[in-house]
Design a protein around this ligand. Sequence first.
Ligand SMILES: O=C(O)C1=C[C@@H](OP(=O)(O)O)[C@@H](O)[C@H](O)C1
Ligand SMILES: C=C(OP(=O)(O)O)C(=O)O
Length: 442
Amino acid sequence: MTTAGLKSAPGGALRGTVRAPGDKSISHRSMILGALASGTTTIEGLLEGDDVLATGRAMRAFGARVEQEGVGRWRVEGKGGFAEPTDVIDCGNAGTGVRLIMGAAAGFSMCATFTGDGSLRGRPMGRVLDPLARMGATWLGRDKGRLPLTLKGGGLRGLVYTLPMASAQVKSAVLLAGLHAEGGVEVIEPEATRDHTERMLRAFGAEVLVEDRGGVRHVRLPEGQKLKGTHVQVPGDPSSAAFPLVAGLIVPGSEVTVKGVMLNELRTGLFTTLQEMGADLTISNVRVESGEDVGDITARHSQLKGVVVPPERAPAMIDEYPILAVAAAFADGPTVMRGIGEMRVKESDRIALTAAGLQACGVTVEEEPEGMTVVGTRGGNHPVRGGGKVITHGDHRIAMSHLILGLAAQEPVEIDEPGMIATSFPGFVSLMTGLGGSIVEA
Ligand SMILES: O=C(O)C1=C[C@@H](OP(=O)(O)O)[C@@H](O)[C@H](O)C1
Ligand SMILES: C=C(OP(=O)(O)O)C(=O)O
């Protein structure tokens, strides 16, 4: 892990074709469902980022055999359930990992103690502990359900649960617990969130019933579902593809293609928003891989204009607002982002850090409790200054977003802590330098 900072500098156009790394959400789920299932699950294209590797180690601790067979190729031998772990489960930096694993573990009559890094220990776990407790699980831990905590599961009853916030992690925790709950579970989503758990549960042989009732999704998992190992082809991660694609849009003269990007519409809100801003983004070669639409996306340098992002689009692009804010800095006029309070409880307070990072680079940003407005500098007329030293608080997306900004600004941009980039996008620096970007140790 690099300890020095990193610096990105403006230079020539970015050009080339790259492959998106495996999707993080699907990679976590392939490990967890593989471990819960009976028999063999083979995975291709797994994201070998630190978050997913921590989930793989956790699955071993719960009794599964998890082996790497090649680059991105893994085999999970599930035992049809979890066995009690003999040590603390450390989920590292991964909210997705710990929340989904707690849901899965709650189904079994055993105790498991969970922890994570400093960032994860500060994030709210009550959002999954509340529904799990209603199902009959118990837990002991710090105030407000922060990690570390011990969860005791087993003997769960069914639950009909309306999500109090748009969170695929909470939905997934309830569904995974529901695999071993009397009467099954139903999750009601007033705002649709990424549906990978539903799709993948089906691929592992479970019956999942999804109904849209007046714009509200009802996801029902009937009692008694059994999972069987399967093959998972992990598609490219749109949240990671966002970085080289936005770089292609804001660095003059650029043309960047990212191949194999998942196009699930509950994940592609950023691309829709960029197109509304006037981005030259073209999608080609659309095909279906493991039940998900996948395509190749080409971004050409574009003069963007500011837009109002519909708040209801937030769940489909929640991790992409920091990089959208960077694109918005290069646009003509303000870009208004609202309904994004969830950004404050990610790896960092992403509204505060995005605003602070952009302000350090000479961009005007107005912060709101659940939103922010980035005032674009009208591209060539008033270029983005850059030159900031950005505090990332160990947040990978804050780090990558500001490094992208530095490739298109007038002065280099420095970030303090690049090590965490490996949680979601271990090849980020080499991929960007391969396209012609200048990113070096600070
Ligand atoms: O389910 C998932 O894989 C994820 C859901 C989102 O979190 P929330 O469920 O907290 O919105 C997202 O931010 C995270 O990166 C991955
Ligand atoms: C929020 C994120 O991940 P997680 O919640 O899994 O830590 C992310 O990757 O941007």
